[in-house]
Design a protein around this ligand. Structure first.
Ligand code: HMG
Ligand code: MG
Length: 304
């Protein structure tokens, strides 16, 4: 049996990826409360918001207000998604610890999500990366649609390799395999990582799996087998991408924590407090918790 990492870092992207697609406005106060609950649960990395065009993603228009409202906890890193220098100029005064640029593995998704080609997106990211790093901020680079694209269909490892190389060339510190529409399966996931690992060291790669087809935990396990030890999740399994119709949220962070606890892998996260965070944001959205672990632990509480 292969040995798995003994410790995993989980990044909760719920406040950004989880809420960006909500049709009804979500008050900044609820977003801030969510960040507070996540940090109370032990999350050390939280993707708080994005500095994208409010015409494209209206739900994130309160980015500055949300960043300003957070009571920062020492040791926690607060990240923001940024598509261009306009976004970086708006983000920098809010003091993010991490900036995320997001390329796509396919031309079709790049056009739909960023309104430009892959090459053009890289040209726009280059000054973002340089500006962030000059300000001492770490940059993560996403490869969206690394395991499948809603417009192109199948995505090859060569396509992933090419974008990983381009992100590395512009100085991105960390690269993640994004399964935007949740169609990836374990061997496909490992093949994508093998190519990303040609450009980035193991400790600077991570997995960002949406759970549309219920494959995210299997893909995380497959990633652990090859030593990947950082994953994104979204509390309560919230979310979806506005430019990937039908795609559901990221894997629920509490589902990942439950699996990692069972494997004896440390995360530093208190699963009960994490479920409280899921319950809190679900109540604010007027819905029940839908994640498997969230529902199971909440119903267990009712029974005792
Ligand atoms: P564009 O329309 O081509 O941009 O959009 P433009 O440069 O021509 O500017 C048009 C207008 O937008 C101008 O305003 C700009 O000032 C404004 P106007 O003169 O018309 O009033 N603008 C901005 N405003 C605020 N912040 C900015 C900004 N940039 C321009 N940063 C653009 C290009 C990239 C801006 C647009 O396509 C965009 O915002 N796209 C983001 C889409 C998005 O956020 N998608 C969801 C996140 S990605 C995701 O969820 C996948 C991920 O999770 C990974 C995975 O799941 O695999 C990351
Ligand atoms: Mg995503």
């Amino acid at each position: 049996m292969s040995s798995l990492p003994s410790r995993v870092t989980l990044v909760d992207v719920g406040p950004r990826d989880g809420l960006q697609n909500e049709k009804q406005p979500v008050a900044a106060a609820h977003k801030i409360e969510l960040v507070h609950r996540l940090q109370a649960a032990g999350l050390r990395e939280i993707e708080v918001t994005s500095f994208v065009s409010p015409k494209w993603v209206p739900q994130m228009a309160d980015n500055t207000e949300v960043m300003a409202g957070i009571q920062r906890k020492p040791g926690v890193r607060y990240g923001v998604l940024v598509p261009n220098t306009k976004g970086l100029d708006a983000a920098l005064p809010t003091r993010p610890d991490e900036v995320v640029v997001f390329a796509a593995a396919t031309e079709a998704f790049s056009q739909r999500n960023l309104n430009c080609s892959i090459e053009e997106s890289i040209e726009r990211f280059a000054p973002v990366v340089a500006g962030a790093k000059a300000a001492g901020i770490k940059v993560r680079g996403a490869i969206s649609c690394a395991l499948g694209c809603p417009y192109q269909g199948d995505v090859s490892a060569d396509e992933v390799d090419r974008v990983a190389g381009l992100l590395q060339q512009i100085g991105v510190d960390h690269c993640y395999v994004g399964d935007t529409i949740g169609v990836g399966t374990p061997r496909k996931t490992q093949a994508a990582f093998e190519r990303v690992l040609r450009h980035f060291p193991l400790k600077e790669v991570s997995g960002h799996f949406h759970d549309t087809y219920g494959q995210a935990l299997a893909n995380i396990y497959a990633s652990l087998e090859i030593g990947v030890a950082t994953f994104d999740g979204s509390v309560g399994g919230l979310g979806g991408c506005p430019y990937a119709k039908g795609a559901t949220g990221n894997v629920a962070t509490e589902d990942v924590v439950f699996m990692l606890n069972g494997l004896g892998i440390e995360t530093g996260i208190d699963i009960d407090l994490l479920v409280d965070a899921a319950a809190g944001i679900s109540a604010a959205l007027g819905r029940p918790v839908t994640s498997r672990t969230g529902r199971a632990l909440l119903s267990k509480r009712e029974r005792v």
